[in-house]
Design a protein around this ligand. Structure first.
Ligand SMILES: CC(=O)SCCNC(=O)CCNC(=O)[C@H](O)C(C)(C)COP(=O)(O)OP(=O)(O)OC[C@H]1O[C@@H](n2cnc3c(N)ncnc32)[C@H](O)[C@@H]1OP(=O)(O)O
Ligand SMILES: N[C@@H](CCO)C(=O)O
Length: 367
């Protein structure tokens, strides 16, 4: 089964803030198929700029953002599991967000209400109910996706047999908040931002430079100093004319410009503001949770040694908090990789093989 769909709940969504979104649409994709047990589904939660296209459906399909993890023979094995991935609330890849039309027909833009990680999970759960899935094999996610998996674990621990949280944190540090603040300042200070109303102006490109700069700043937090040094060092690379702003002669700058262009082509600036605000506000253990230690699922935690965003320290802290909440962390692994935060998306030796073992179904037949 290979399927991309849209789901619209038939009632308004009341957000954790108390505000209401009168109409919500969710873009999702499915891979593999449910088995007779009805419990072989893995829900994949995406990170900040991801979408529902986690993996290729066929070899000639467009690449997915997690082809290393999801697919035939991969740890999230689509020959064995039924996999669902949906674009988050507040996103810009099919699910309702700031660029969707509001009740007056105009794009919400800056009027889109603040959403939380809990709201994202609530929408995903509604989608699963619509698909007739009441119990999951796993919920898995990295970074902001890991925050969603954590929130899901704390609020609805009975929903899945295991929860796998990768390169994530129970809450952002001041350093994380600062990086997001600088990214948002870059977007807002671009004259093209137009107080967030750029989508209402016909032909207006929006805050292209601001969003691009935000991505360059953020991308630095996704890589390690070591990986930048190894990939680029002080190698010089002239800028191609007509490819955007350029100030220096170095390859690393051309690389960041490339990352900026790619994001600008696929992402909305107001979504960027909305989703980074949700990430910043998330504080998993600041409110009551629903975990009953007697019925607790398996929890797996992964970090990467060179991750300067949500590294081993964040994960150790999360481990302590989960234990204090009565949850048993079945597996915690800090993988040695120089790739930084985005290592969770890459073919890192040891990491995927270990994930394969942890996710392996014990009682599911191949479908
Ligand atoms: C929907 C989604 O994709 S969202 C979630 C995940 N995806 C992202 O975050 C996208 C941006 N992130 C990245 O690219 C991440 O670094 C990763 C982890 C996904 C990929 O890492 P790696 O495989 O190590 O790739 P790397 O960081 O070297 O980037 C390769 C890209 O940079 C380009 N590049 C490399 N060096 C240079 C250079 N000197 N000048 C210009 N461009 C360069 C490559 O051509 C390649 O471009 P392409 O992606 O358009 O094919
Ligand atoms: N680089 C990934 C992970 C960020 O945490 C993304 O853009 O979603």
């Amino acid at each position: 089964m290979q399927f991309a769909g849209l789901f619209s709940p038939d009632r308004p969504l009341v957000l954790e803030s108390g505000k209401t979104l009168p109409h919500v649409q969710v873009a999702y994709e499915e891979y593999g198929r449910p088995d007779a047990s009805g419990e072989n589904t893995i829900f994949v939660c995406h990170a900040l700029t991801g979408d529902s296209h986690a993996a290729r459906h066929t070899p000639d399909d467009l690449p997915g953002w997690w082809d290393t993890m999801v697919g035939p023979g991969r740890p999230v094995d689509t020959d064995v599991f039924h996999v669902v991935c949906a674009n988050v609330l507040g996103g810009c890849a099919g699910t309702t967000g700031p660029c969707s039309a509001g009740p007056d027909g105009r794009p919400y833009g800056p009027e889109f209400p603040a959403v939380t990680v809990g709201d994202m999970v609530a929408v995903h759960r509604e989608l699963l109910a619509h698909l007739g899935i009441s119990r999951l094999h796993s919920v898995i996610g990295g970074s902001l996706g890991g925050m969603q998996a954590l929130e899901w674990l704390l609020q609805h621990p009975g929903d899945a047999r295991n929860f796998t949280l990768i390169a994530t944190a129970a809450r952002s540090t001041a350093d994380n908040l600062a990086a997001n603040a600088v990214c948002r300042a870059a977007i807002r200070s671009d004259p093209g931002f137009s107080d967030g109303r750029y989508a209402e102006i016909p032909g207006h490109p929006g805050p292209v430079d601001g969003l691009g700069t935000a991505r360059m700043i953020a991308h630095l937090t996704y890589m390690s100093a070591e990986s930048l040094e190894t990939k680029f060092g002080r190698r010089r690379q002239p800028a191609k004319t007509g490819t955007g702003p350029s100030y220096g002669p170095y390859a690393v700058e051309r690389y960041l410009e490339h990352q900026a262009r790619k994001l600008v082509a696929r992402f909305d600036a107001n979504s960027y503001l909305c989703l980074t605000a949700a990430m910043d506000a998330y504080d998993a253990f600041a409110r009551p949770h629903a975990v009953d230690p007697g019925t607790a699922p398996s929890v797996h935690l992964f970090s990467f040694a060179s991750d300067r965003l949500f590294g081993a320290e964040s994960t150790r802290h999360l481990h302590e908090q989960l234990s204090a909440a009565g949850l048993t962390v079945r597996e915690y692994r800090d993988t040695s990789s120089a790739a930084g935060h985005d290592a969770f998306l890459l073919e890192v030796p040891g990491y995927l093989a270990h994930m394969d073992t942890l996710l392996a179904p014990t009682d599911h037949i191949r479908v």
